[in-house]
Design a protein around this ligand. Sequence first.
Ligand code: 5RP
Length: 216
Amino acid sequence: MNTIQNEGKRLAGRAAMRYVEPGSVVGVGTGSTVAYFIEALAERRHDIEGAVSSSEQSTRLLREHGIPVLDLNATGELPLYVDGADECDPHKRLIKGGGGALTREKIIAAASRRFVCIIDPAKRVEVLGRFPLPVEVIPMARSHVARAIVARGGQPVWRDGVVTDNGNWILDVHHWSITDPVALETELNQIAGVVCVGLFARRPADVVLIGDREMA
Ligand code: 5RP
């Protein structure tokens, strides 16, 4: 990653702080951009009640920064979820899951009133799909799901050696130009053995911060 891209992540991570409400519980995503957000959040840790975390990685980071990690079952709906993305189209629809945390990320996004996505400019695309689409699968369904994806024109590659926080496996689908992300997300969700699709189109981001600028 180059310095400019890193600076974009840092600026976006810090810019998301303006959406954090005092006394609230904040939903926290996963990844290197989110790590900058956690750093900024730590500076205001006494102003918030705590965080709901989307991965073991973020949980560790939050605790290292002295931020209490709360259970989503105990907090109810959250006012805010902040997370990065691997790609973002002009409609704020996303590909996520490069870090393997897509399922918990999608759950927290669904349980939050506002989803603020933080990215560096390199993540912007006109059409989703240049970044391989992650699909989390139940291990015994890996081949079945892969065949179903091939039948739909995708090229799935098993992320060999990676086990998600939920004990599942990931297929990364290459060479798919995703012209109708809502339809594809809906369709892939129906394949038996699919736990989660890394398309965030049915529930896109509400706000996208590119560096410190908000996308119109
Ligand atoms: C993890 C994700 C991340 O948000 C995505 O991979 C972007 O990561 P980074 O901020 O490191 O570029 O979806 O599952």
